[in-house]
Design a protein around this ligand. Structure first.
Ligand code: AMP
Ligand code: ZN
Length: 462
């Protein structure tokens, strides 16, 4: 069956034709490992997982590479500000390596909890410094890069076209309206490939340009080419990566080999919280462990993300999670009911459902539509193991472990207790251990027990 994907590059839904008819190569921009991944970040990771599972469902082998950014991602996309890793290391009184290790481990735990398949290749920026230096040197030789007193810049004016992916208005930018323009830059949109390190900079490497460190975009071009070749099938990420990071990756590749590195560019939309942005200042940054803390399986969150197409915004509320938890229970018990059923079902009915599910996922990963087929089967009056078998096949895409026993679903935890748990979380974040202990005792007095586990705190009635 044909597969169609919306391609950000052409702004059209296109038939997917892989370069190799058997194996699809995907590069996914991974996390900057300086803080915990949020449920927003994980929405993007679930979308990427659905992509690979859909390809596998259609019989393809997948080779997916994902980078871990552990150097060079500056606080501002405009090559300014501190390196996020160094900033976090200072704040947490650790080394950047310790920070990277800690948050990489936490990220992998989230992937596992959400039943996200591991990419075949996970590559760390700091393990590829020489590959990146080679890449920058080639760009210099080819005349696409130049050295200033502070950095090696990519010269976007050498390209036939820039931008190609986004709607950046280069002409407007030339007028210098928005960004302070580095006087040594030839063009306002030129970006840093390599950055010269000030004497007190803690992450730096010897290079032909002295002690220095990579820019953020070069790592994905260097590692993408190393592991997947000059051109691969699909490049993925969140929509925020389109105008700078992905635009600049394309620029680098075009400079290097005259090719856009991927044929299809797919981007996931944002998760909103109560209709707005997730932000520290609003106190609404949620992690997977917060979902667990409230007594829900991480797979409830996974199911929740299927209520919206990946290219649409999705609004997170605790009410929606509560209602999805009920749906998840129904899904699992519905599967069991079919498994224990004994009705005869005609093959043509099974085929029709299978066809409809497959065409939904193949239509640019339309999970809301695919789920409507699943719910029809769950609701069917006729209970049959044939339906259970079909649902299990669909679950290779849904990744919801529908055949696993219902975990002990937490009883309703009263709002009052949840509030105390939330306050304790804030206290712990602020390293206010005294307050955290006081809240734990208070929770205890009210008849609930809080246990800190690797997946987050869990609350039980005593
Ligand atoms: P950040 O943690 O902001 O560096 O984001 C890492 C990546 O996760 C971004 O590049 C986005 O692609 C994705 N992301 C961040 N916030 C959200 C969100 N609220 N919803 C969906 N994806 C997000
Ligand atoms: Zn990237």
């Amino acid at each position: 069956m044909d597969i169609y994907f919306y391609n950000t590059l052409t702004k059209k839904k296109e038939k997917f034709i892989p370069i190799d008819s058997k194996e699809v190569k995907i590069y996914s921009c991974g996390p900057t490992v300086y803080k915990d991944a949020t449920i927003g970040n994980m929405r993007t990771n679930i979308f990427q997982d659905i992509l690979r599972r859909t390809l596998e469902y259609n019989g393809y082998k997948v080779k997916q590479a994902m980078n871990l950014t552990d150097v060079g991602h500056l606080v501002s996309d405009g090559d300014e500000g501190e390196d996020k890793m160094i900033k976090s290391a200072k704040e947490e009184h650790k080394t950047p390596q310790e920070i990277a290790e800690h948050y990489t481990k936490a990220f992998f735990e989230d992937l596992k909890a959400l039943n996200i398949e591991m990419p075949e290749i996970i590559c760390k920026a700091t393990d590829h410094i020489q590959d990146m230096i080679n890449y920058v040197q080639k760009l210099m030789e080819k005349g696409y890069a130049y050295e200033t007193s502070t950095a090696i810049y990519f010269d976007v004016s050498k390209l036939d076209k820039y931008p190609v992916l986004s709607n950046l208005d280069v002409e407007k930018q030339k007028a210098g309206a928005r960004v302070k323009v580095d006087p040594e830059k030839r063009n306002p949109y030129d970006f840093a490939l390599w950055i010269k390190a000030p004497a007190n900079h803690i992450m730096k490497w010897d290079s032909p340009w002295g002690p220095s460190y990579p820019g953020w975009h070069i790592e994905c071009s260097a590692m993408g080419q190393k592991y997947l070749g000059e051109q691969f099938d699909i490049h993925t990420g969140g929509i925020d990566l389109i105008p700078t990071h992905h635009e600049n990756e394309i620029a680098q590749s075009k400079g290097m080999c005259g090719k856009i590195p991927a044929r299809y560019w797919m981007h996931g939309e944002y998760l909103l919280i109560n209709g707005g942005k997730m932000s520290k200042s609003l106190g609404n940054v949620y992690l997977i462990k917060d979902i667990v803390e409230r007594g829900y399986s991480p797979l409830v969150y996974r199911l929740f993300t299927y209520t919206s197409h990946y290219r649409n915004k999705l609004n997170f509320t605790w009410e929606a999670i509560e209602s999805t938890a009920k749906s998840y229970k129904r899904l699992k018990s519905g599967y069991q009911a079919h498994l224990n059923g004994s009705e005869q079902i005609e093959e043509s009915i099974i085929d029709d459902y299978a066809q409809r599910f497959n065409s939904a996922i193949n239509d640019d990963l339309n999970m809301p539509l695919a789920m409507s087929v699943v719910w029809e089967i769950i609701r069917s009056e006729k209970k049959s193991p044939k339906f259970a078998e079909l649902l299990l096949k669909f679950d290779t895409v849904m990744g919801l472990k529908i055949n696993e026993e219902n975990e002990e679903q937490a009883e309703e935890i009263p709002e009052e207790i949840l509030k105390l748990v939330e306050e304790r979380k804030v206290a712990r974040e602020n390293k206010n251990w005294q307050e955290s202990d006081r809240l734990r005792d208070l929770i205890n007095e009210k008849g609930y027990e809080i246990k800190d586990t690797p997946e987050g705190a869990k609350i039980n009635k005593k």
